[in-house]
Design a protein around this ligand. Structure first.
Ligand code: GLN
Length: 199
């Protein structure tokens, strides 16, 4: 079987940092490709939705006719790793906003929830993933996850607040693991969702 292909949704935002994080894992048996149009969605086995502006990404998914196909692929189980704006784009509920969202992840989020004065900071994040443990979370105009649905597991917290969740093959964080010096989350994502079922 050919190497798994990981797509980076590359409209805007910090998708390049995710590409570099995958390179830092040193796992050679994956290919990372940029996704900008509908046909790009056909040839990927997983998708990264980066930080950036969730409103812009939602609008562009619709404008480029990718919205329905992407939503269906995620519903059918394509693994997704989403950070910050990516999490917002996946969320079912966004407090006080009618913006376009994929609505596939059963959480409620509040955008820019840490307030202007500290809209960027870093702080320890405790994960329940043994290979990852506690990491330094970089929060940049981050949302908060204010409610989590039944089928959605909380996999990381910061000061007892939920900062990363998993629902099936969807992993979504309010912070930016792609900015860590290593890439423990990216490594775990590949190993958990892309290499295990392959020979
Ligand atoms: N505030 C942005 C949004 O609501 C997210 C910020 C980020 O991705 N770093 O889309």
């Amino acid at each position: 079987m050919s190497d798994p292909r990981i797509g980076l949704l590359a409209f805007q935002g910090d998708y390049e940092a995710h590409g570099k994080a995958f390179a830092r894992t040193g796992i050679a048996s994956i290919t990372v490709v940029e996704v900008r149009r509908l046909s790009d969605l056909e040839n990927i086995d997983a998708l990264i939705i980066p930080g950036g502006e969730s409103t812009v990404m939602g609008m562009l998914l619709e404008r480029f006719g990718m919205f329905e196909t992407l939503k269906t692929r995620i519903e059918q189980g394509m693994p997704v790793l989403a950070t910050c704006a990516g999490l917002i784009l996946l969320a079912k509920n966004i407090e006080g906003s009618g913006q376009t969202r994929l609505g596939v992840l059963d959480v409620t989020v509040l955008r820019n929830a840490y307030g202007r004065q500290i809209d960027s900071f870093h702080a320890p994040v405790q994960t329940n993933i043994p290979q990852i443990g506690t990491i330094d979370g970089v929060f940049i105009r981050a949302p908060k996850i204010t409610a989590v649905g039944k089928g959605t597991e909380i996999i990381a917290t910061h000061q007892n607040e939920t900062v990363m969740v998993r629902q099936g093959s969807i992993v979504a964080a309010t912070f930016h693991p792609e900015l860590l010096p290593g890439a423990p989350l990216h490594r775990w994502f590949i190993q958990s969702f892309l290499l295990q079922t392959r020979g």
